[in-house]
Each structure stands twice: as structure tokens, then as C-alpha cells.
Design a protein around this ligand. Structure first.
Ligand code: 13P
Length: 276
């Protein structure tokens, strides 16, 4: 109870500050994120070491998404070290509870300290048959409970070669956001051809796509689209992160491989923070 009052006051103060900032209120309001998606990596000892080494920066929000079984210990590590790190899951189920063997509900995630959840990652679309409809159900369930969904979209190499990128992204977005009126979510643009390949998009290419994504969000949600953080993901690393974060419509990065080494990830946090 006390905690929720504290958070409420903190949010009121933050909103008041943000509304009084500068000439581009929507950009100022938009949060920058550096988010780690550990995928199926790290054990308990490795995650403890990671949280010990991580150095935050007030200019960006750092969120770590460990595998499910490491969520609660990660929550405890973060609390123990009083670090400003958000915790996110890599998946969630759309139902509140029930006979869904192996699945995890929104309330279970919140119970172990999660504030964020990745939804619709291309690896889950590929290996776990997720589609825009299931993504949408999950997004709604998460938003309803106050979890912040990180909605992943992205085209395959073939779709890119066939010049279908905009069509694919706009279908994925309108599918994921069908009947969604809230703008309390994050979008991650992760071109499939860039994930784990070492071949990231260029910052300019990504900026162009992000501007397109924002235009689709504006069609769907009106002016609130200006408040939605759109992250880039796909071979983001310490060498290219500053370029991405310096672009007007790229509000941070979702990092796979390069997030596993705390030194590299720290470097990425500091480099992105410099661009804010
Ligand atoms: P890589 O950074 O390893 O390319 O992975 C990106 C990703 O899938 C993050 O969700």
C-alpha cells in the first residue's frame, strides 16, 4: 500500500516535470530504454554476478528480461542492491489462470516483481506458433493488469527482399493492437534478418522504419502515438548503439547477444544515455 502511494506521487511529479519541459513535449515525455533480452541464457550464479556489475544511468530506463525461472531471484538481486532496474518476462499467457501446462499468467509475473513483458518475439512466432491474434490477446491481458508489454514486430529477409516490410509491419501492429485504446506499451522493431546475425540495420534505415511505425500508431491511436517508445532490436551492440539512439524516432534498444556480458551492456547503457 505504502509503496503504491509512493509510486503514485513519483508518477505525478514526473508527469508535471515532463509537461513543463522544452519545445518538444512529446519527445521529452518519451522514455529511452536499454532492454536486455537474455533469451534462454544464464544460470542463477551468472545472473547474480550480472546484477552486481550493472551500472545504471538516470537518462535511460534499464530493463532486464531473464528466463522465467530467474525472474524472482533477479527481483531479489535488484532489491538487494537498490538499483533502478526494471524487470521483464519474455512471454506471458493470455488467460488469467487455468489448465495451461507450462504457461505463466500476468499475475504470476507481477507477483515476482515484473513490470514489463516481451510479447510476440519473432522466435516465439517461429517456435511457439504465436500469431497476431495471440499477441493481441496477451497485450490486452498485460495492459489490463498494468504490465507494460514490449510488442515485437519485424519482417523476414524474404519479405524485405519483396519490398513487403511496411505491409508486414502495419499488419502486425494493427493485429496486435486490435481494439486496444491504451498507449501504455512499447514497440520493438526487430527485423528478423538482423537478429543474431551481426548484420544490423543501419541507423538511417531503422529511423525510416520507426517513423513509419509511428505513423501507423498515429492512425491507430491518434496523438498518443507520440508518447510510445519505439526500440530497435537486431544485432545492436556497443559499436552501433549511439547511432541508433541519436535518431529522433528510435527510443532505445532491445538487446539479445550483447546484453549477456555486463561490461558490454554497461557500455551500451552509457552510450545511449549520452544521446538523450
Ligand atoms: P540480438 O541482439 O542477439 O541480435 O537479438 C535481438 C533480439 O532478438 C532481442 O529481443
Amino acid at each position: 500500500m505504502e509503496e503504491s502511494i509512493k509510486n503514485y506521487i513519483k508518477n505525478l511529479v514526473r508527469t508535471a516535470i515532463e509537461q513543463s519541459v522544452g519545445t518538444h513535449p512529446s519527445m521529452a515525455r518519451r522514455k529511452k530504454y536499454v532492454i536486455a533480452n537474455w533469451k534462454m541464457n544464464k544460470n542463477l550464479a551468472e545472473s547474480a554476478e550480472f546484477f552486481q556489475k550493472i551500472i545504471c544511468n538516470d537518462a535511460v530506463s534499464v530493463v532486464i528480461c531473464p528466463p522465467t525461472q530467474l525472474l524472482y531471484p533477479s527481483h531479489l538481486f535488484i532489491k538487494q542492491q537498490s538499483k533502478e532496474i526494471g524487470l521483464g518476462a519474455q512471454n506471458v499467457h493470455w488467460a488469467e489462470k487455468g489448465a495451461y501446462t507450462g504457461e505463466t499468467s500476468v499475475s504470476m509475473l507481477q507477483d515476482v516483481g515484473c513490470e514489463y513483458v516481451i510479447i510476440g518475439h519473432s522466435e516465439r512466432r517461429q517456435y511457439a506458433a504465436e500469431d497476431d491474434e495471440t499477441v493481441c490477446r496477451k497485450v490486452k491481458q498485460a495492459i489490463k493488469a498494468g504490465l507494460i508489454p514490449i510488442i515485437c514486430i519485424g519482417e523476414s529477409l524474404k519479405q524485405k527482399q519483396l519490398s513487403q516490410t511496411e505491409h508486414v509491419l502495419s499488419a502486425q501492429l494493427s493485429g496486435a493492437l486490435k481494439d486496444v485504446t491504451s498507449s501504455r506499451f512499447i514497440v520493438a522493431y526487430e527485423p528478423i534478418w538482423a537478429i543474431g546475425t551481426g548484420q544490423s540495420a543501419t541507423a538511417e534505415q531503422a529511423q525510416q522504419i520507426h517513423a513509419f511505425i509511428r505513423s501507423v500508431l498515429t492512425q491507430l491511436l491518434g496523438q498518443n502515438a507520440e508518447d510510445i517508445s519505439i526500440l530497435y532490436g537486431g544485432s545492436a551492440n556497443e559499436k552501433n548503439v549511439a547511432d541508433f539512439c541519436s535518431m529522433p524516432d528510435i527510443d532505445g534498444v532491445l538487446v539479445g547477444g550483447a546484453s549477456l556480458d555486463p561490461r558490454t551492456f554497461n557500455e551500451m547503457i552509457q552510450l545511449c544515455a549520452k544521446e538523450v
